[in-house]
Ligand binder design. Structure first.
Ligand code: ATP
Ligand code: MG
Length: 460
């Protein structure tokens, strides 16, 4: 049933905090961002810094990026900057490009119930991307009340009201360095309590991604989710399944690959948001001591540690690890059902698990190929006779596969632990010693060559 739009008026009460009475100064803002704000102001438009950068600075954190909001339409913004690119269909935006630094500039959003009255005027605002053809749908909601399109432009008050949380509706002006706090975001920051603007159920239905944003801000900023909001999230968590997989790919990276993945995962799990994101893994997380839970936690901990030590991480590793036990389970199932050999069942399982996952979260090819390779290598790592160990070692994905084997060994122990130790040693020793290690494998008495080689290691 489509829900009614967010309640109006009562929640918006702009309070101006003058320069000097808040901690944000020009020195907190990048030069490129300041130049964008000043150019828009000079051309006669209103322009503000808004959202995460102001919120993070007020909470003593270094802003990750700078978001600008203005009353200029995307086309008007484009006229102000040669280095401007218009992007997005669901939510049209301007990107001002300074080499690798991109400043996102959004036009103030308005209310959808006024679409009909303003339609003619608004239609002209969405011309451009497809030549003179006018996209006649500016705002669109689906059966659950989810906003499929949000391109109705409005005033700054309307824009504030359409933002998600009260602490994200604080606007910094480069003209006088004041902050306009539209929804009492300062109180939310001081109380460290996450508050939605408007009616929570309506706002979560309009855009279910707001539920995972609440989790992200809670994990990142140490803010509490009030119990009523928590209940709403648990009730509506299934709506995440309606979000386009491409959008969720980006959102999940922000959740799990920014240095607080483990904390964020626990919250997602607690509020029932992990299952719609990873429907094949979630049912296996039966309790805190099961191997699936331990693997997820260990991989997230390693990812967080690496990020916090400024080491490289790849989402492929995370996805490969998250989906490993579903692949293992599915392999067993296929073998039992159809009696095909383990290798064939494994290959079928790999395809099926990835395909099901991408129905929820898109996994671009640049990640799905390494995921498959990491999995295939798990099958190859136990097979070390002849040239096999050398071939595996020289595989471009060996390092990731070996790291993953070590984690599996840490969790499952036994043969896997020994196999991991064998590979650690194999990498460290001289070429002569490598030969010896391989011929030692052959010396295992009474173990048939082609059968489970992991078992042979155990006999060493
Ligand atoms: P960060 O950039 O640190 O992840 P942020 O709050 O800046 O956090 P962005 O995705 O950059 O997040 O969005 C910028 C601003 O746009 C937000 O602060 C918020 O005001 C608004 N916004 C973003 N996503 C939504 C949404 N789903 N619904 C309503 N408003 C949103
Ligand atoms: Mg931001």
């Amino acid at each position: 049933m489509p829900s009614t739009p967010a309640k109006k008026q009562s929640i918006i009460n702009p309070v101006t905090i003058p320069k000097g009475q808040h901690p944000v100064t020009f020195s907190d803002i990048s030069d490129n961002t300041l130049s964008v704000l000043r150019r828009l102001n000079a051309k006669g438009y209103e322009a503000y810094l808004v959202g995460g950068c102001i919120r993070d600075r007020l909470m003593g954190k270094t802003p990750k990026d700078f978001d600008v909001a203005t009353n200029a339409t995307p086309e008007q913004i484009k006229e102000c900057f040669r280095n401007c690119r218009l992007i997005g269909r669901r939510f049209r935006l301007a990107h001002i490009v300074f080499g690798r630094d991109i400043i996102e500039v959004a036009t103030f959003r308005g209310h959808h119930e006024e679409v009909n009255a303003n339609e003619e005027e608004n239609k002209t605002q969405v011309k451009g991307r497809r030549g003179n053809q006018v996209d006649d749908v500016l705002a669109k909601q689906d059966q659950q009340g989810q906003l499929l399109r949000d391109n109705v432009f409005g005033t700054i008050e309307e824009d504030a009201e359409r933002r998600d949380f009260t602490f994200n509706a604080m606007y910094f002006s480069a003209k006088d360095q004041s902050i306009i706090d539209f929804a009492n975001g300062m109180a939310s920051i001081n109380e460290k309590k996450i508050e939605l603007i408007g009616d929570p159920a309506t706002r979560f239905r309009e855009d279910p991604v707001r539920m995972i944003r609440a989790i992200r801000f809670s994990a990142k900023l140490g803010m509490t989710i009030p119990p009523e909001m928590g209940d709403q999230i648990k009730e509506l968590s299934h709506l995440l399944a309606n979000i386009p997989p491409a959008r969720l790919f980006e959102e999940v990276l922000k959740l799990l690959v920014t240095g607080i993945g483990l904390r964020t995962f626990h919250l997602l799990h607690e509020y029932g948001l992990f299952a719609p994101l990873f429907p094949q893994l979630a049912p296996l997380l039966v309790d805190n001591s099961c191997r699936e839970m331990k693997l997820v936690e260990q991989v997230l901990k390693n990812t967080d540690d690496r990020l916090n030590n400024e080491q490289r991480v790849t989402p492929a590793f995370l996805y490969a690890a998250f989906l490993w036990y579903p692949v293992e389970e599915s392999t067993q199932f296929i073998m039992g059902e159809s009696g095909v050999a383990q290798n064939d069942a494994f290959n079928i399982a790999v395809g099926e698990v990835l395909q099901k996952q991408t129905q929820r979260i898109m996994i671009p090819k640049r990640f799905s190929i390494p995921i498959r390779e990491m999995w295939q290598l798990q099958m190859r790592l136990p097979r070390r006779f002849g040239r096999r160990a050398y071939q595996t070692l020289s595989h471009p994905r060996f390092r990731a596969a070996y790291d993953f084997l070590l984690i599996r060994g840490q969790i499952e122990g036994g043969d896997l632990l020994e196999l991991g130790e064998w590979w650690t040693e194999f990498q460290e020793v001289t070429p002569e010693q490598r030969k010896d290690m391989i011929s030692d494998l052959r010396k295992q008495p009474g173990v048939p060559r082609k059968k489970k080689i992991i078992k042979k290691r155990k006999a060493t």
